[in-house]
Design a protein around this ligand. Structure first.
Ligand SMILES: O=C[C@H](O)[C@H](O)[C@H](O)COP(=O)(O)O
Length: 239
């Protein structure tokens, strides 16, 4: 009998494999590979393609770069290839409009850069990531926000005055004393705004604060999301 953890793992793998199988363009030249535990299976599936010498993969951070290398894929950079045919990535939460919260694994800036450069953006997730309506229902840790380190005290104060109920500078915990440092040498703040009524407005309001590099709100960027279900099925939401 499958345990809860192995059901989740199977769900991630089924979603990732189906997303690659149904969306990988035959003549793809440049492919974005996201970050996190679900994308591991995306990279694995792309690594099984017979024509893997014919395209380059663009990473969204250090872990993603390692996934590309470990699966025998060609590594490129977004500076060399600013036009991406398709990008695959995970999400922390997906709402019914396909808006996303991302950055639970501290990789949001490069993820958004690659997704924004992509003609098509496909998200892979397990059933726990699906919101019944708005963002902020399933993912309760707050919206990840990447900031320039010296701005943290100012931005925390401003997020509180914008109505965030809890605002935390993300800590490394037992793995690192002090704050998490992103792949871009920045800090992360997690700001809880509860249920997000208008993700586009919240993103714009946060982005205007001096010191904010990017928010983990991906508004109207995803074309499709594949959810691996507990039953073993995969559900696809598309625009
Ligand atoms: O910063 C991390 C990324 O946004 C991930 O794609 C996101 O946290 C989902 O990761 P996972 O597939 O491990 O749930």
């Amino acid at each position: 009998m499958s345990t809860g953890a192995s059901l989740v793992e199977k769900a991630k793998k089924s979603a990732a494999y189906q997303a690659v199988d149904e969306n990988f363009p035959e003549n793809a030249k440049v492919v974005g590979v996201g970050s996190g535990s679900t994308v591991i299976y995306v990279a694995e599936r792309i690594g099984q393609l017979k024509n893997k010498e014919s395209f380059v993969c663009i990473p969204t951070g250090f872990q993603s770069k390692q996934l590309i290398i470990d699966n025998g894929l060609r590594l490129g950079t977004i500076e060399q290839y600013p036009e991406v045919d398709i990008a695959f990535d995970g999400a922390d939460e997906v709402d019914t409009e396909l808006n996303l919260i991302k950055g639970g694994g501290a990789c949001l800036f490069q993820e958004k850069l690659v997704a924004a450069a992509a003609s098509k953006f496909v998200v892979v997730a397990d059933f726990r990531k699906r919101s019944p309506s708005k963002l902020g229902i399933q993912w309760r840790k707050g919206i990840p926000i990447e900031i320039v380190p010296c701005a943290y005290a100012k931005v925390i104060k401003e997020l509180k005055s914008m109505g965030a109920t809890t605002v935390d500078l993300r800590q490394g915990g037992s793995a690192k004393a002090g704050p998490v440092v992103t792949d871009n040498n920045n800090f992360l703040i997690d700001a809880d705004f509860g249920e997000v009524a208008d993700p586009a407005k919240l993103h714009t309001d946060i982005k205007q604060l001096v010191g904010v590099v990017e928010t983990g709100l991906f508004v109207q960027m995803a074309d499709k999301t594949y959810f691996g279900e507990e039953s073993g099925d995969v559900k696809c939401w598309s625009k």
